[in-house]
Each structure stands twice: as C-alpha cells, then as structure tokens.
Design a protein around this ligand. Structure first.
Ligand SMILES: [Fe+2]
Ligand SMILES: [Fe+2]
Length: 183
C-alpha cells in the first residue's frame, strides 16, 4: 500500500502554491494510468486534494480577484463551472468498484481531459491576471488564506464518495451543472 503525501504548506505566493497543486494533479493522474501503482490510494489522494483545492479557490481566490478587478465575473463563473464538471467526472471515477477495468480507465481519461483543460485555462485567464494585476503582498495574503482553507478541508477529509456526491448534487441544484435528467 502506497501513501501519497499531500504537502500542506501554510504560506506562499498564491500563484506558486496553486501551480504546485496543478503539478500534483498531473502526477496523480499519471499514477492512476499505471498498472504498477496503488490506484486506490492514488484515487483517494487525488479526490482529497482536488476537492480541497477547488473549493478553496472559489472561496478564497476567485471572489477576491474579482473584487480587485483582476478578473471579471465571467472568468470566475467559468472556473466554477469547470470545477463542477471536474467534480462530476471525479464522482464517476470514485464510483468504479474495480481499479483494473475499462470503466476505470475511461473514467480516468475523462477526468484527465477535463482537468488538463481546466488547469490550462485557469493558469492563462486567472493566474496570469493575478501575477499582473495584484501586488506581491496581496498574492502572499491570498496564498496564506487559500492554503488555510485548503488544509482545513484536507484535515476534515473532504474527498469521500459521499461528500463528492453531495457537492455534485448541489451544483445541479444551483444550476452550475444542468438539471438532473429523469432516469
Ligand atoms: Fe487550480
Ligand atoms: Fe480551479
């Protein structure tokens, strides 16, 4: 059994510490593709850090950058939509019983596609404006605030299948994701 350590720094420039997590996502996705890894452990670690990362971004970074006019409402809302789509794909992955099935591989691929798109776009449309429009001091403050919330969520264990299901349901109810279809 492998344990995937999720680093929990408490300070840093918000751009740098967010980028560190984006790299961790890429590493964990690679682990999830490899038949040599402990895929259960990699899946659990990715779920925890992905949920903590995204929720904390919405609460502690997007709104604050909007208030400072670094990004517009559009960028923030688009980011939140992509988080919701990613969480939905994560839920599908968490709901796979086996880790050595085609269903699991497909769920990993689908999550990787959405996540790679999101982190690319976030780096270009949210982190670049943060670099250019806000001071170093503000970036340090946002970094500390974002990390505090992220680490608190990690401490609580925010990535269980039950909790991800609740987050996805809430996104449907709030209209961030399309209304659930009748089955
Ligand atoms: Fe991010
Ligand atoms: Fe994000």
């Amino acid at each position: 059994m492998t344990t995937y350590e999720i680093p929990r720094p408490t300070s840093g420039d918000v751009v740098d510490v967010i980028l560190d997590d984006h790299r961790l996502f890429e590493t964990l996705l690679r682990e999830l593709r490899s038949s040599a890894s402990d895929r259960e452990a990699a899946r659990a670690a990715l779920s925890e850090v992905l949920i903590a990362h995204g929720e904390a971004e919405e609460e502690k970074v997007y709104q604050q950058l909007r208030r400072k006019h670094a990004i517009g409402e559009e960028e923030a809302e688009h980011g939140e939509e992509e988080h919701a789509e990613g969480n939905e794909a994560l839920l599908q992955l968490l709901e796979c019983t086996g880790t050595d099935t085609q269903k699991f591989d497909d769920a990993v691929e689908n999550l990787a596609t959405l996540l790679n798109h999101h982190i690319g776009e976030e780096e270009q449309t949210i982190l670049n404006p943060a670099r250019e429009e806000v001071s170093e001091e503000v970036r340090a403050k946002l970094g500390a605030d974002w990390l505090a919330r992220r680490n608190e969520l990690l401490e609580q264990g925010c990535g269980s299948v039950e909790q991800v299901r609740v987050i996805v349901e809430r996104a449907h109810q709030e209209g961030v994701l399309p209304a659930d279809e009748e089955e």
